[in-house]
Design a binder for this molecule. Sequence first.
Ligand SMILES: Nc1nc2c(ncn2[C@@H]2O[C@H](COP(=O)(O)OP(=O)(O)OP(=O)(O)O)[C@@H](O)[C@H]2O)c(=O)[nH]1
Ligand SMILES: [Mg+2]
Length: 255
Amino acid sequence: MRASLVIPTLNEERSIGHVLETFRGAVEADDRNAAPADRIEWEVLVIDGRSTDRTVEEARARGARVVVEPRRGYGRAYRTGFASASGEIIATSDGDATYPVETIPGLVRRLEREHLDFITGNRLAYLAPRAMSTEHRIGNRVLNLTTGLLYHRWVARLPEATLHDSQSGLWVFRRKILDRLRLTQSGMQLSEEIKIEVLIHGLRATEVPIPYRERWGAPKLSSWRDGMANLRFLIAKRVQLERELREERTDAAPA
Ligand SMILES: Nc1nc2c(ncn2[C@@H]2O[C@H](COP(=O)(O)OP(=O)(O)OP(=O)(O)O)[C@@H](O)[C@H]2O)c(=O)[nH]1
Ligand SMILES: [Mg+2]
């Protein structure tokens, strides 16, 4: 089985080496426990937004394939990364050492074992004390509540009938589902867009608890600006969805 780990980076020289080494250690442990035929063949893609520090050198030195995406945006970087990934399974993580990349091989095994299409990590389950600022925490809560209210009928399809962390950026999924998802966002909104698209298409998805740690290096996110953009996106997408559902109902109604 081939899998791709995709990591967007913008000036993460302090942490990217650590992230890639931690991941490699986890892959080696997974290989030791697997029969040769069951080993996962990994490719690691770093989608770099023209970092001005040593991120690219650090990533290449650890065997990652670096794709330069000069257009700005977290979502833009992921959409470019997904198009460049060759694995049947794609996993994602930030390059700032916040996400537990060591859990990724195990999550791929779980995706296979449970015949799932999409797994997303719930960072709020084991949040390290300084991993999120107060603004960030409040913003997340507002966005999670809004997602739960606006998308209730789709979120209810999850095993716990709720999405605890709409903003998480650690996912493991089958590449083939990308043909069905409409991913349009170039900013942080991609993180909620991908989950909503998975749910409205009725794909087999689950949320798993993961640790989330304090970031290394300077934040790229602006809690207020990105939070408001995410909120506007949630509302606009729901309005559009309602319009499409209404059109479908009209088309299906007998003349
Ligand atoms: N290629 C690319 N990567 C980006 C861009 N903006 C952010 N990133 C990377 O995307 C990942 C997520 O960005 P973060 O700044 O960590 O956002 P966040 O996790 O929501 O916020 P923090 O809690 O501050 O870490 C990091 O690895 C960033 O380096 C961009 O414009 N282009
Ligand atoms: Mg981060």
